[in-house]
Design a protein around this ligand. Structure first.
Ligand code: 5GP
Ligand code: ZN
Length: 118
């Protein structure tokens, strides 16, 4: 069923505590944890507890949870003290954009000079 945990999904396992991660924040609907291969001094992933393969399918099915993910990304930036220097929230969507884990997630990147992409 839509949103149900997927047995073969790494981020469902992290959300359920079956795979360890360095968790920095948790809510009823979201989990935020450090990326295992950080691309910046602050590199945190914010995931919904429900399983959807990408941000758009999450937004279509669960707009409130999508808002929770975005708000938590901002809370991570404040907690990591990158809110004042600037940070980036990224949703890689599709293999061509570098998405490798097909459970919706926001990257929160900060703590270094981030080159403008667009
Ligand atoms: P994507 O490429 O799908 O946008 O992002 C997936 C992210 O998950 C990558 O930045 C990758 O480093 C991170 N990642 C992959 N496996 C693990 C893991 O087992 N633990 C953690 N904490 N991050 C992971
Ligand atoms: Zn999942």
């Amino acid at each position: 069923m839509a949103g149900e945990p997927q047995a073969d999904c790494l981020f469902c396992k992290i959300a359920e505590g079956e795979v360890p991660a360095t968790i920095v924040r948790e809510t009823n609907t979201t989990v935020a944890f450090r990326d295992i291969n950080p691309q910046a001094p602050t590199h945190v992933l914010v995931i919904p507890r429900v399983h959807y393969p990408d941000a758009l399918s999450l937004a279509a099915a669960e707009p409130q949870v999508t808002a929770d993910v975005l708000r938590e990304a901002g809370e991570v930036a404040i907690q990591e003290k990158v809110d004042t220097t600037g940070y980036r929230i990224v949703f890689n969507t599709g293999p061509g954009a570098g998405q490798t884990v097909f459970h919706a997630h926001a990257h929160v990147l900060g703590g270094r000079d981030l080159q403008r992409l667009v």
